[in-house]
Design a protein around this ligand. Structure first.
Ligand SMILES: [Zn+2]
Length: 402
């Protein structure tokens, strides 16, 4: 409840690293609290990353594990002046938020709440998001650190803590120093429902289509002018309506999605995102898209195009499959904490998708954050506590099995 009151919204339009300086306001507090716990290597670097170590208590040679969460909140809703409210012993009632009575959190809109009867639920007050994404993860990791430091009898290997900025704008790991981090594998604490274990993400490309038309004075353009705008419009209109889009796909289906279009007579640009769980299929989607473009442009004599594919991130499952113990340790820890691990595929990416390909296999663990990026965001205190329990069990399990 303390962390969410600090505005840490990131900004996709800022070129700086981190994108907003105010994110460091929370990071500084985290370093201070870690130092007060006795974690004396806690540091905030110039790029906005917090690194810290909970030293090993076991004499065995054990892998270094990283627990990671992001400090920034989504630009989709205001994160300024967040007033967290604790609804103790929730009984399934509508939660009407006091600062805007039109914001009502109900079990109809959020069926997961039916499983949380009796829990203590934290919400915002109606004017802002809560920021449980991902301050729930931050709080979980801080509590794990506190617990381990005050329980030296628990045997575990070295734990590296990493707090990142700018996850919400896709730049969370841009400036992370993997050498300084020095971990063998890791876990992001940035998932939703209790029991969910996310070891698969989309693979993602971006496609930038540039269309060159031919400009001429419109009064004397007969037989000369070729409008790049009309080609771009015809191209987007030629995309299928009933399939192959975010609005018509779910579960394990991929899609292509035009995100931005701009132009004039001479040149027009259309930007797409391409998504699939199967990395190979990205190429199929791109080929199909290119074919539609080629078909469209045939009707426009003299026009030309450029079709550029830019890699964004890859399905972390490819890496996690090469290091099966990373998911296994997590699944075992869930079971020790009395949960049935439910393996979930994320229709998006996490810091962990990219970290996995940077040499740190990194699935995503639940924290209880729900209704994220909105004024209806909430989190159960007991879910966060359960997440702490799981991640302590994980460290114990690694120690016991090595
Ligand atoms: Zn998040």
């Amino acid at each position: 409840m303390k962390y969410v009151q600090i505005d840490t919204q990131s900004d996709p339009n800022s070129p700086t690293q981190p994108s907003t300086e105010k994110q460091k306001n929370l990071s500084k507090i985290l370093v201070q609290e870690l130092l007060e716990m006795g974690i004396d290597d806690a540091e905030l670097d110039e790029h906005g990353y917090v690194y810290a170590t909970v030293p090993a208590t076991s004499s065995k040679k054990l892998p270094t594990i990283c627990y990671c969460a992001h400090v920034d909140t989504s630009p989709d809703a205001s994160g300024e002046g967040v007033k967290p409210i604790l609804h103790k012993n929730y009984q399934g009632q509508n939660l009407v938020l006091p600062d805007d009575h039109s914001v009502v959190i109900t079990t109809e809109n959020h069926p997961y709440l039916k499983q949380r009867i009796g829990d203590d639920i934290i919400t915002a007050s109606g004017l802002t998001l809560l920021g449980a994404d991902d301050k729930a993860g931050v709080a979980v990791i801080m509590d794990i650190a506190q617990y381990l430091i005050t329980h030296p009898e628990i045997k575990h290997g070295p734990l590296r803590i990493l707090f990142t900025p700018d996850e919400e704008i896709g730049r969370g790991v841009n400036a992370v120093d993997m050498k300084r981090l020095g971990a063998d594998f890791g876990y992001t604490l940035d998932g939703g429902e209790r029991g969910h274990l996310e070891g698969e993400s989309f693979s993602a490309d971006m496609v930038v289509v540039k269309i060159d038309g031919i400009s001429a004075h419109p009064g004397y353009a007969k037989g000369k002018l070729v409008s790049a705008l009309k080609i771009a419009s015809a191209f987007v209109a030629a995309l299928p309506r009933g399939e192959w889009s975010p609005e018509t796909t779910s579960d394990m289906q991929g899609f292509v999605h035009p995100m931005h279009i701009e132009g004039s007579i001479e040149q027009a640009t259309v930007e797409f995102i391409i998504r699939d769980f199967d990395t190979e299929k990205l190429k199929h989607h791109e080929d199909r898209l290119k074919k539609i473009l080629e078909e469209t442009i045939k009707d426009f004599n003299g026009a030309q195009f450029h079709f550029d594919v830019i890699e964004q991130y890859r399905n972390m499952k490819v890496i996690l499959d090469q290091h099966p113990h990373v998911m296994d340790y997590a699944a075992q820890a869930y079971k020790k904490a009395g949960l049935t691990p439910e393996k979930i595929s994320i229709r998006g990416g996490t810091d962990g998708s990219r970290l996995s390909f940077m040499g740190l296999p990194c699935p995503n663990i639940f924290t209880g954050e729900m209704g994220i990026h909105s004024k209806q965001e909430y989190v159960s205190v007991q879910d966060m506590q359960k997440s702490v329990e799981v991640m302590v069990e994980l460290l114990k399990g690694v120690e016991e099995q090595n």
